[in-house]
Design a protein around this ligand. Structure first.
Ligand code: AHR
Length: 516
């Protein structure tokens, strides 16, 4: 199907205008075909996953805040906001932190837990008050599935298999007895399990051959308990490390269910990434150009996976993605606290469209990270929260969760900057369980409106409604003083005539359309 989208796109872009049919507007104008009766692939809601690490104020100061009496409590405002995103899972406790974390330090009476120094992120001392039972209670409150990443880099097979037993054994084993002693007699049934993180780097600097053997050794001792079968996720490639994917699929593909691939959008260099809020159009362009490069990475990793796994049993999991900027001035460089503008929102929408359109292999993803870290959903001061533009993209895209992907052909037009150009429009479409079609469309061009002529094929439509996220400037963002600067509004720029939908996308905008 991927090949099909591209074949049609290439064909469309090389056809004379006259052959594109009466609906086609004019040269360079975007044109979308939605095959509304042809979906076969489900867009897994797990594409809309979250990643929350013991890093800066994601956990401590994010989800878990001081209660004013020397203890801690859950941040109900943050939890309420995240519930509106219908978060499918939260990957925890890292990230790099996962390969430093010893889970037994974070269970039992809080006052008796040892402290630890978070040497990976900021060098701060943590009191271990947020551990396994607190995380699993958070998942219950969010209605999200747990996803634990075990420690391979500095841990042992026994430590990981004990953790698995603690959360999953139904009762009558040493670890389930310990869980019961800590007030949790029932098994948590944690299915999603990462075996290390970035084992090519902060998780142990391993070669793929060495890690493949380690993965199999650890995986052997994570046994099904009761009704909980492990869904094992192996550390995957960094960016374009195709050799990692090849070796892992060859040597360990049979024992994994997903391969955890990481790709961040960095505008400058890793040393000087650039400001989140103060940037030029050139930096806007570069961000989007680099973000949509993930399409090529996904297709090339998927091609390798197809060789070993033509039935697509193993998912490509985009486990860490999003924009990585310089930290906000005056904040701890180890806390990765950054603001979030319309640019981040467009990076999110274009990336999510790419994931949707590759949903046959990309069945999981988790943006980095949920609260106060990197491209977050929320910024918090205690229980005062700010929803970022990226939050609103995730909220608008809930329509695609577990819906059937509709094949599209998109002639995206071009957004030109200097002597370079990228597609101006991004889109994906799905049909939900009630038979309602949704299309998400983004205009990556910050200057020009684009009119997208859309043919809806195969199903009748009689009405269209929509919502839009846009702002006057590329740098627009929400702050504690002005938390509603960037929020979705109702959209009246779509007109239906028969099966042709004409959508006027303002510059730098994201639209979700509902067709009935
Ligand atoms: O998300 C921040 C860090 O980026 C994660 O801890 C690590 O896995 C990646 O390198």
């Amino acid at each position: 199907m991927i090949e099909r989208i591209w074949a049609v796109m290439v064909a469309l872009s090389s056809l004379p205008l006259a052959s594109l049919g009466a609906q086609q507007a004019s040269a360079g104008q975007p044109h979308l075909i939605v095959n509304a009766d042809q979906g076969t692939t489900t867009i897994s809601r797990d594409i809309y996953g979250q990643f929350s690490e013991h890093l800066g104020h994601d956990i401590y100061g994010g989800y878990w805040i001081k209660d004013g009496h020397g203890g801690w409590r859950y941040n109900e405002a943050a939890i309420d906001a995240l519930k509106k995103l219908e978060v499918p899972f939260v990957r925890w406790p890292g990230g790099c932190f996962a390969d430093y974390y010893h889970w037994q330090d974070g269970i039992g009476p809080r006052g008796e837990r040892p402290t630890m120094v978070n040497t990976v992120w900021g060098g701060v001392t943590e009191d271990n008050s947020f551990g396994t039972d607190e995380y699993l209670e958070l998942m219950r409150r969010l209605g999200a599935s747990p996803f634990i990443v075990g420690n391979v880099g500095s841990g042992t097979v026994k430590e990981m298999s004990d953790w698995w037993e603690y959360v999953n054994h139904p009762g009558g084993s040493p670890m389930s007895d310990l869980r019961a002693k800590n007030g949790h007699p029932d098994a948590y049934n944690v299915r999603l399990w990462g075996v290390g993180n970035e084992s090519w780097g902060c998780g142990g600097n391993m070669t793929p051959e060495y890690y493949a053997d380690e993965f199999k050794r650890y995986a052997t001792f994570l046994r099904a308990y009761g009704r909980t079968q492990p869904y094992l996720i192996a550390s995957g490639p960094n960016v374009d490390d195709y050799n990692w994917t090849d070796v892992m699929m060859r040597d360990a593909g049979q024992m994994m269910r997903a391969l955890d691939f990481h790709y961040y959008t960095v505008v400058g260099t890793w040393q000087h990434k650039g400001s989140a809020t103060s940037f030029t159009e050139g930096e806007w362009f570069t961000a989007l150009q680099k973000a949509i490069h993930i399409r090529e990475l996904i297709e090339r990793h998927s091609t390798i996976m197809d060789r070993y796994d033509p039935d697509k049993r193993v998912a490509l999991f985009v486990g860490e993605w999003g924009m990585w900027h310089d930290v906000e001035p005056g904040t701890n460089p180890g806390f990765l606290y950054q603001q979030n503008t319309m640019r981040d929102a467009l990076v999110a929408s274009a990336s999510l469209d790419i994931f949707n359109n590759h949903a046959d292999r990309v069945r999981m993803a988790s943006i980095a990270q949920t609260i106060n870290v990197l491209q977050s959903m929320l910024l918090t001061h205690g229980d005062t929260i700010v929803e970022t533009p990226t939050y609103w993209v995730f909220q608008m895209y809930t329509v695609h969760h577990d819906a059937t992907l509709l094949p599209i052909s998109l002639d995206a037009g071009r957004y030109t900057y200097g002597d370079q150009s990228i597609p101006a429009v991004s889109a994906s479409a799905s049909r939900d369980s009630l038979g309602v079609t949704h299309i998400t469309m983004s205009n990556l061009d910050p200057n020009q409106a684009h009119t997208v002529t859309t043919d809806i094929r195969g199903e009748p439509v009689s009405s269209v409604s929509g919502r839009i996220l846009t702002a006057a400037t590329m740098q627009a963002h929400n702050t504690f003083d002005n938390p509603h600067a960037v929020e979705p509004k109702s959209f009246d720029g779509a007109r239906l005539s028969g099966r042709t939908l004409t959508v006027q996308l303002p510059p730098k905008s994201i639209v979700v359309l509902t067709l009935k």
